[in-house]
Structure formats: structure tokens, C-alpha cells
Ligand binder design. Structure first.
Ligand code: TXA
Ligand code: MG
Length: 331
């Protein structure tokens, strides 16, 4: 199968609709990362997402809908705080988990009685979702455990030949996956941190908790127990105050003939002599660049030596979560 990459226009949307209506999957842009979308009502289409990605079948998918879609068709019990949050932050990088009505295929939530809903703000995503006018189940469009894709080329690199179409909506502005927020209790609980931060949620909802998954414990969001975001090369992570240790390590690797590269923020990059992948300055810049730089690194290096950015603003909680998962161990 030849995978086409097409800009989002009338022509590609028509093709995308035909593919979706026939149980196929489509690579779609969002403001966070690219998704691999299928009709959420169609069990065999949803199951094919798991096969294409090699995704464990106990890790549920997020359903994407356009901004005018009636959520009452899919979920029940939308608490007041969730309505307030939706008003302020949607469309945008905030996924909300509700009690499911069981309208979509059971394969979407892997048997859970809840459903994660996301209304992306990306213009191309909204156009696609409106055009098909169906709830679209979509995980990130990478091979399972690899780095998430933030461009159509990244999707192509992972899934060429396995899907018919990638809608090209340019480079994702957000760069890390949406915040996943459990809205089934009295207080919202962050299951996965992202660009909508705990402070932002608490400001509108009055309160916000954060679930911390511990090895072997119960995973409220099953995705948390899996290894994620890993580049194909070796990785090593140093704390922001370990620059000299990192540089010493880098020097040793270079001496051994290892193709090593340093990944760090711009402030650190100016202090470093050698091969550098510069993540940028602000939390938003670092989030937007992280996955692209990890993918660039795995192409050019045997080992990425990452140094934690000094910047620790709200968005960095989500960035550090990904960076730690990507660089957790030598592979
Ligand atoms: O930004 C994003 O969220 C991207 C774009 C494509 O929208 N999607 C994405 O999907 O990151 P994925 O499949 O890579 O991650 C979905 C996360 C997983 O951690 C999964 O366990 C969690 O959402 N999740 C999905 N449904 C859930 C549910 N019913 N209850 C708890 N967690 C859920
Ligand atoms: Mg993913």
C-alpha cells in the first residue's frame, strides 16, 4: 500500500471520509501530536489501530470530536466543573474522561466504563472531524513505544505502507500529548500531564488533583504503565546541575568513537562545545521541539545525552514526564 501525504483540502477530506467510512484509518494532525484515526463506532476499524501500532490491547484510546458535536450522545454525567473547563480550554489540548454511554465500540476503552473525549483546536483536525461527522478514535500515530509524531513526515517514517493517507497539517504547535483529566469524581484528577497544567485547571475548577502512577500499582490511565516516547538509540539523562558530569561523559563517549549528541535547552547549549540538539528556551518551545529533536537524535547519533532544562514552569511537568520516560534507561 502506498501511503499518501496530502494537505488538508476538499480533495483529501473527501478521500479521508471514504477511508473512514470503509473501516480504514487516517493519519490526522492535531495541535499536540499527530493521531491515527478510525471510526469509533466500528469495532474492526478500532481494532486495526491497535494492530497497525502494535499497541497493547489494554491501553484505551481517546475519541476525537468536532467542536459542535453533541457529547450527550457518547457520555453521561458531565459535572459542572467539567463544563466550566470545557468553556475555557476547549477546543484545545485537554482530554476529559467521563462515564461512557456505551455508544462507541467497546474496543475504544478496552472494556472500561469510561470514555476519553478530546476536541482538538487544530484547524485541519476540526475540518476533518466536521467533514466525517463521526467520533474518531485516535492514539498518537507512532509505532507503539516510539517517539510521538509532530509532523506528517514523522508519521510516514513510522507507518509508511501500513496506512493509506496522512493529512498534512504542518508541524504540531503544542508538541506533547494532551492533558488527560479524569472527570468522573467530585474533583478533577490529572492522569497524564500536558499543556493544560494543574494550575490552569485548578483556577477554573476550584481544585485539581494529580494521580501519580507507581510501578506495580493500579493504573487509572493504563497508558501510564507502559514505556513510551523512546528513541531507537541509547539515551542518558543528567540533572540540570550536572552539566560538567554530562560533558565529561560526552567526552568519554566521543573518545570511544560513539556518535554522541547533547540535547539541552538554549541556555545550556551556549555553554556546550560539541554536537548539540537545542530544545529552545521557554517551556512551550521545549514542548514543541522535544519529540522532533529526539527523532533527529536517533537518526544521527548512537546515544543522546540529555540534560534537564532549568526552566520548570507549569508546562515543564509534562515535558519532564516525557523526557524521563524517553531516557529512563540505556537500551
Ligand atoms: O494529544 C493527544 O492526546 C494525542 C492526539 C492524537 O490527540 N493522543 C494521544 O493518544 O496521546 P494516546 O493513545 O497515545 O494516549 C491516550 C492516553 C493513554 O495514556 C490512555 O491510557 C489514556 O489516554 N486513556 C484513554 N482512554 C482512557 C480512559 N477511558 N480512562 C483513562 N485513561 C484513558
Ligand atoms: Mg501515544
Amino acid at each position: 500500500m502506498e501511503t499518501k501525504i496530502l494537505p488538508v483540502d476538499e480533495n483529501s477530506l473527501r478521500l479521508a471520509k471514504v477511508i473512514i467510512e470503509h473501516g480504514g484509518v487516517v493519519g490526522m494532525p492535531t495541535e499536540t501530536v499527530y493521531g491515527l484515526g478510525a471510526n469509533a463506532f466500528d469495532s474492526s476499524a478500532v481494532e486495526s489501530i491497535f494492530k497497525i501500532k502494535g499497541r497493547p490491547n489494554d491501553n484505551p484510546l481517546i475519541v476525537h470530536v468536532h467542536a459542535e458535536y453533541d457529547l450527550n450522545l457518547l457520555v453521561s454525567e458531565i459535572p459542572d466543573y467539567a463544563r466550566k473547563l470545557a468553556k475555557v480550554y476547549l477546543p484545545g489540548p485537554l482530554t476529559m474522561v467521563y462515564k461512557s454511554k456505551g455508544a462507541v465500540s467497546g474496543a475504544v476503552s478496552c472494556g472500561l466504563d469510561t470514555l476519553a473525549i478530546r476536541i482538538p483546536s487544530h484547524e485541519g483536525a476540526q475540518k476533518f472531524l466536521k467533514y466525517v461527522n463521526l467520533p474518531i478514535a485516535a492514539p498518537s500515530a507512532n509505532v507503539s513505544k516510539h517517539v510521538s509524531p509532530t509532523s506528517a513526515d514523522h508519521v510516514y517514517a513510522d507507518l509508511n505502507g501500513r496506512i493509506e493517507l496522512i493529512l498534512d497539517g504542518g508541524k504540531c504547535s503544542g508538541g506533547i500529548e494532551s492533558t488527560v483529566l479524569d472527570c468522573t469524581g467530585k474533583v478533577p484528577v490529572i492522569l497524564r500531564s500536558g499543556l493544560v497544567t494543574r494550575e490552569m485547571i485548578a483556577k477554573v475548577a476550584g481544585d485539581c488533583e494529580e494521580y501519580v502512577y507507581r510501578e506495580g500499582g493500579k493504573a487509572l490511565s493504563p497508558g501510564m504503565k507502559y514505556k513510551h516516547y523512546s528513541p531507537k538509540c541509547r539515551t542518558k539523562l543528567f540533572a540540570s546541575n550536572e552539566l560538567s558530569k554530562a560533558m565529561e561523559y560526552y567526552g568519554e563517549q566521543i573518545k570511544k568513537g560513539v556518535r554522541a549528541v547533547i540535547m539541552c535547552d538554549s541556555l545550556t547549549a551556549v555553554k556546550v562545545a560539541g554536537n548539540v540538539l537545542d530544545l529552545g528556551c521557554t517551556g512551550a518551545e521545549i514542548a514543541a521541539n522535544l519529540y522532533g529533536k529526539l527523532r533527529e537524535g536517533e537518526e544521527i547519533a548512537d546515544e543522546i545525552i540529555a540534560i534537564e532544562p532549568e526552566n520548570q514552569d507549569g508546562v515543564m511537568v509534562g515535558v519532564m514526564n516525557r523526557l524521563k520516560k524517553a531516557c529512563a534507561e540505556l537500551k
